[in-house]
Design a protein around this ligand. Sequence first.
Ligand code: PEP
Ligand code: MG
Length: 874
Amino acid sequence: MAKWVYLFKEGNAEMRNLLGGKGANLAEMTGLGLPIPQGFTVTTEACTDYYNNGKQISDEIKEQIFTALAHLEELQGKTFGDTEDPLLVSVRSGARASMPGMMDTILNLGLNDEAVEGFAKKTGNPRFAYDSYRRFIQMFSDVVMEMSKTFFEGILDEIKESKGAKYDTDLTADDLKEVIARYKAIYKEKMGEDFPQEPKVQLMEAVKAVFRSWDNERAIVYRRMNDIPGDWGTAVNVQAMVFGNMGDTSGTGVAFTRNPATGEKGIFGEYLINAQGEDVVAGIRTPQPITKLEEDLPECFKQFMEIANRLEEHYRDMQDMEFTIQEGKLYFLQTRNGKRTAPAAIQIACDLVDEGKITPEEAVLRIEAKSLDQLLHPTFDPDALKAGEVIGEALPASPGAAAGKVYFTAEDAKKARGKGERVIMVRLETSPEDIEGMHAAEGILTVRGGMTSHAAVVARGMGTACVSGCGEIKIDEEAKYFDLGGHHIVEGDYISLDGSTGKIYLGDIKTIEASVSGNFGRIMAWADEFRTLGVRTNADTPADTKNAIKLGAEGIGLCRTEHMFFEPERIPKIRKMILSDTEEMREEALWELIPYQKGDFKAMYEALEGKPMTVRYLDPPLHEFVPTDPADIEALAKDMHMTVEEVEARCEELREFNPMMGHRGCRLAVTYPEIARMQTRAVMEAAIEVKEEKGYDIVPEIMIPLIGDQKELKFVKEMVVKIAERVKKERNSDIQYRIGTMIEIPRAALLAGEIAEEAEFFSFGTNDLTQMTFGFSRDDAGKFLDSYYKSKIYESDPFARLDQNGVGKLVKMAVEEGRAVRPDIKLGICGEHGGDPSSIEFCHKTGLSYVSCSPFRVPIARLAAAQAALNSRK
Ligand code: PEP
Ligand code: MG
């Protein structure tokens, strides 16, 4: 018979997967002999069984719960529903990874019409007993039966008013009896049955509610944001109640062994005398700092500090503890490794190393890689944020907090910035024309677009906060307003964005600048020591390159050359090239582009100081570059000596039904070889010049995008080689160079062996590879993915977190085939997944040589790569 239920004394901290974090720690503390109200844990496996069983708790599990309950009754010397001294329990969820706020706690379970009398007798405090019962009815109805809280709040307010009571505490025992009667009546009215009087029924309903809560919307979102698999399940902890609201020698509180915001050493927390847990959180009374407990109850404080220190020593990490004092006796209700901000995580990890408590390896493993975002981007002031009203939520496309006035065009954004205003640019979608507006803005909000859309990719590169794909917005860019969450926002109104959570707030919320301390450098240096995976960056400008190197990039893994043409004086030139319909016209336009391109390459090579750079040849889906603005069309017509109608007709001809699968990537080089020729000349000349001028050992890495066949690569490669050799000869240079390809079309992954015969390196373009493997548009998938999460078809955005089963299988296959043909082939990834910790772990395991990500994600990638290496040593 499987064991589904464990008494606290039967478990320990190692059993986290089975007992959940809370259950495992309660068991561990029991083993340490600490004062813990006893109880038992229903395992995470029981939760999985519940789901596998059509959301039923099996008889075997039920039986084990009741056996454990009988044990608990014996241990406490109390029974469920007793009329003299009833056993009351709390029921709380506890997953493997802590998921704060996933489900509310149920307290005082076991009270019914009879037990409340027994409880009143035992405590000698009928008012307290009835108050506990009415709270229980309210909590049970809300959390377990999902009845709206408002029914109960309404009744309480009515009775308070009729009795002339200002606070809940002004109600007498008799008043509370009336509250209970009304609560039970509304329960019956809404639920169609009486409030359950049998404590065992209450218990089983509560256990089921905890299991159910694993799949509520909040939990699904939380899991997606924190990479927690949906099949882990949650455990349920049933624990004997202790009461902090039994007078002035009772109390309850929460405390951390170090400051969770700053990491500063020393106890940090608060408590309330004569209160239950929810009072501390509810903010009705202002809690006291924990140190004041020393004056109120010195013996308890002494014992509390001893245990707190012992727990930190034991777990070798900062602890977050809940405690209750019942009539002078201290109990610990829970301990766990405390959640902390990124600065605190770094401070604590370094302090613990200095205190000799953990090793640098452990320090590196302790810091959540994603949280480093907080160190590199502004965040909201936590106090200011509390008052913030969320009006919408969309994709967290580029991290950081931003607040400013809303503007709807790049030009307005630029102007406002010029006047010293902080700007949030709101667009239906962004295009390269918006680049200056994006630069001017503190934050960008778009109605369309996914995690790998233009706005997202560019914003991440610049380090500007961006929330994208907010389909709920009704926007009128011309009339300059948008509607969201019942609010009408016009140009000049303030909004605030959190690009790390995707939340959109009303008004101007104060932000705090990022700060990077010396300890950050220590952690990063350790990470670099442990990792085996290289970390490069995706950068297209010298400024981004310099920034990425400062953040630790070891080279450029992807220079998207089309981005080099985003600037206002360059865009018309690339448009001219795209719209030209003869080779001569194209060549002429390309000659105008060469100086820019070469100049950029030179500046990039200089910024890199000898570090490698993979230059990807022109790849743009043409729709990103074709002009739409009448003024742009007119200017272009003038420049090309064409009429506006002719330009419009040409644009129309170029319009594609599926631009992402259209005339882009190497297809441009196949149809217009002069593009590849121009780019080769620009790269080679730049590399040779910088090599000679600065003495760096430069080996250009030329990357051909969107290859699907060996012959296709061979065709482009031959042109590249021809020009490269020609330039070498012209310059009398013996510079070496490499030609490789992106693997971003499923066919390329399937035929990677053949392609490797021509390619000296592969870089996995997992943005397109995901798009084409799933058949999901990178720009539009956000619109329907939510339904997939809700239906549990997919757990996360495959454009943000690599789909290891499907896309990952193609990557693995290509790695194996590529290596078999060319054992020294260099393998990297440059899709957005290169900056995502769980995807980086996959890259490490798959044996890639490096990951490449946007500049601000470089530290995250360094840390995640180190964690992957350390975890695979275990
Ligand atoms: C990719 O497809 O993963 C990639 C890096 O190229 P882009 O995003 O420019 O299409
Ligand atoms: Mg691509």
